[in-house]
Design a protein. Structure first.
Length: 693
């Protein structure tokens, strides 16, 4: 009886190990063929990238190496030969770290939309330091150097990936909050989402609502309620307060304690390192936030929200974007709801009831254009039919009169369309950078108008009264500003200093006044994101809205008498209307604008990690090969099985290559004086791959 109980206990303890049997085999994935993967090895990283992306690989290595010491100090983790896979076949910019086949993967496509703070720098400077924190956090395990041996140490000796997964037990908001904390404190002044009102005011709007997030909602992802990135937003706020209150080493101490005592939970780890239980910490945290928010709101004068007409639909959970006027009485906007489909909606302002016009997955910069009140140009993502989580951008049109939808391009990677009736322009992703291209509507072919090195175009708009003139929003070295140019002079103008640039904010969403003499834009700066108007004739810039939270993505009515815009209201983003008579109309202080040497210095800010870039460039890339080294077991674990009333004992080994293209599991057991084996090999180096058992 005692032996059976002992065996049962051992089986229970080994459940995580037994589950490892098919872990790697089920993680094997298909990738597009013909990429001829290369790799670049540095002191701490193994950069794996498609052939032809050498410059991106060198820059990535420089960024990662420059940030490594800071990430290690913040988390307590160390890395050696850590795989970082750069992908250039997906237009949805993303990055992740996984403990299963421990690695990071990053899409190098230029970032679209407002999700990240432009002042951080380019997409690689934004995403790589963030993911580096996750990697270092997962790898807080040094069993040979630990004075105290724990169960976690023992696991790491036989299966490091399983031991790393222990770090995934704390709430996701702890992980993401710490990574956002790093990007906000350690990259550049005013960089990171913690210094970005588009991000922080989603938290502030909820904090001031009647349905404030509790501690569980602060740290746990939301699957159904706005915003879906709640754990990034509120997780950062909590971690930022924790670091400020208890010192820069508090997260590192809690992470290490939790790793060795994971069965007690992360809350207990915080209790041991702060002396307070989680609910006591949260109470103090909320008190500090109340004071902080009181001070922020005190800076806001002449709020225009009460003077705006906020459109309230019968749908719930509004996430509205870019309202534009079809005519004096109708609006078009892109949105999603809890109980409504994703796409473009048309609304008559008389009844304020939206109707779905086009169901589509829009590119998240939400740059689309209505030509002559009758034709819509927009861009959408299209899922790749063969490769999972892979999307490409293309251009489409919709005729309001005939209700005909037409696809203009196929796998073109073009988005953000604008037209003057004769010329159609867009932004095209190419090798991690972007280009302004002209698109032939009949053939779908594109030709390059302007190529960029360290700059990335974000939005383009033709002047409705001057077909040759354009407003262009461009990001260069953390400066996201407004240029006024023409088709003929674009090549030269976009190399010069911008017409409008703010020292403490970024510009988005350019839209022309119907008379062609003014440009609306959104500017992000403390204490809130707001809408501004630039008069090209006088050079004057006026702040039109004064929002407690965020106002953005505005457009003029056909006669210019009012604007439609997006307003942050609690956890939703709603459409609002504001008459010109109620504009805030506060002139912008010229001291808040960048010019002269300060602007030139900002536009030429060195790349993150530039000090080490020259030395890294002395390393020659080599072709990636799944050589015999990948067969070395990554996991060794015991196996206990019961067959026919007899227990079968043995061990299993498993491994996977860095690109997750092939994996194996070999299980050896003994029963009735005989040796048995079970072998599974999975290969997806080509589509659809195969599996041998």
């Amino acid at each position: 009886m005692q032996s059976k109980s002992l065996i049962s206990a051992l089986v229970f303890l080994m459940i995580p190990f037994i589950g490892m049997g098919q872990w790697y085999n089920s993680s094997v994935i298909n990738r597009p063929g013909g990429l001829n993967w290369q790799e670049l090895k540095t002191d701490h990283f193994r950069i794996i990238f498609p052939e032809g992306a050498d410059s991106i690989a060198y820059i990535s290595a420089a960024i990662l190496e420059s940030q490594y010491a800071k990430a290690s100090a913040l988390t307590g983790g160390t890395l050696k030969n850590f795989p970082v896979i750069l992908r250039d076949y997906n237009d949805l910019s993303n990055g992740f770290v996984t403990s299963s086949n421990f690695r990071s993967e990053v899409d190098i496509a230029a970032l679209k939309g407002k999700s990240m703070n432009p002042q951080t720098g380019n997409w690689l400077e934004t995403v790589l330091p963030h993911e580096l924190i996750h990697a270092a956090h997962f790898n807080v395990q040094q069993p040979l150097n630990e004075k105290k041996v724990s169960f976690s140490n023992a696991i790491s000796l036989f299966s490091p990936d399983l031991a790393r997964s222990i770090h995934g037990f704390p709430p996701v908001g702890i992980h993401e909050g710490l990574a956002v904390y790093h990007e906000s404190k350690a990259i550049t002044p005013m960089g990171g989402r913690g210094n970005y009102t588009h991000f922080t005011n989603r938290f502030n709007a909820n904090f001031g609502s009647s349905d404030r997030w509790n501690m569980g909602q602060t740290l746990i992802p939301s699957d159904y309620s706005r915003p879906l990135g709640r754990h990034y937003i509120s997780g950062y706020q909590f971690v930022d307060w924790l670091q400020e209150e208890y010192g820069e080493d508090i997260s590192r101490k809690a992470i290490r304690y939790h790793y060795h005592n994971f069965f007690l939970g992360y809350g207990f780890a915080l209790r041991q390192k702060t002396g307070k239980w989680p609910w006591e910490l949260y109470e103090a945290y909320e008190k500090a936030n109340r004071q902080k928010e009181h001070e922020r709101l005190a800076k806001i004068q002449g709020e225009t929200t009460d003077k705006s007409t906020i459109l309230d639909f019968h749908f719930k959970g509004e996430e509205a974007h870019s309202p534009k006027w079809i005519n004096h009485e109708e609006l078009l906007f892109y949105t999603s709801f809890y109980n409504g489909r994703l796409g473009f909606y048309r609304m008559d302002l008389k009844d304020e009831q939206p109707s779905l016009l086009i169901e589509t997955f829009s590119v998240n910069d939400f740059n689309y254009e209505i030509e002559n009140h009758s034709k819509l140009y927009f861009s959408s993502y299209k899922r790749d039919p063969l490769y999972p989580s892979t999307f490409k951008t293309d251009l489409f049109t919709y005729d309001f009169n005939t209700a005909k939808r037409e696809r203009l391009t196929y796998d073109s990677r073009i988005y953000a369309p604008t037209t003057n009736g004769q010329v159609l322009l867009g932004i095209k992703i190419e090798g991690g950078n972007a280009e302004i291209v002209q698109v032939d509507e009949k053939s779908g072919e594109s030709s390059i108008i302007k190529q960029f090195g360290e700059s990335t175009p974000k939005a383009l708009r033709f002047n409705p009264k001057n077909p040759e003139q354009l407003a262009v929003v461009l990001q260069k070295r953390g400066v996201q500003a407004l240029w006024i140019t023409t088709l003929q002079t674009m090549e030269q103008d976009l190399e010069k200093e911008p017409d409008v640039a703010f020292s403490k904010g970024s510009i988005f969403d350019p839209e022309w006044h119907p008379d062609g003499t003014k440009v609306l834009f959104t500017m992000d700066a403390q204490p809130a994101m707001n809408i501004f108007e630039y008069d090209l004739i006088s050079g004057e810039i006026l702040q039109l809205t004064s929002s407690a939270y965020n106002a953005m993505e505005a457009s003029y009515s056909p006669d210019g008498s009012k604007i439609a815009y997006v307003l942050q209201v609690d956890d939703e983003r709603k459409i609002a209307l504001l008459d010109r008579d109620h504009f805030f109309n506060k002139p912008v202080n010229k001291e808040s604008l960048w010019s002269g040497q300060e602007l030139s210095k900002a536009l030429n800010r060195p790349l993150l990690g530039y000090d080490s870039l020259d030395s890294i460039k002395t390393i020659s890339p080599t072709p990636y090969k799944s050589n015999i080294n990948w067969l070395t077991p990554r996991s060794v674990f015991p196996v206990v099985e019961e067959k026919g009333g007899t227990y079968q004992y043995g061990a299993a080994v498993s491994s996977i290559d860095a690109l997750s293209s092939q994996a194996y599991t070999l299980q050896l057991t003994g029963i009735q004086d005989r040796l048995w084996y079970d072998f599974t090999y999975t290969n997806k180096m080509f589509y659809p791959g195969f599996e041998c058992i």
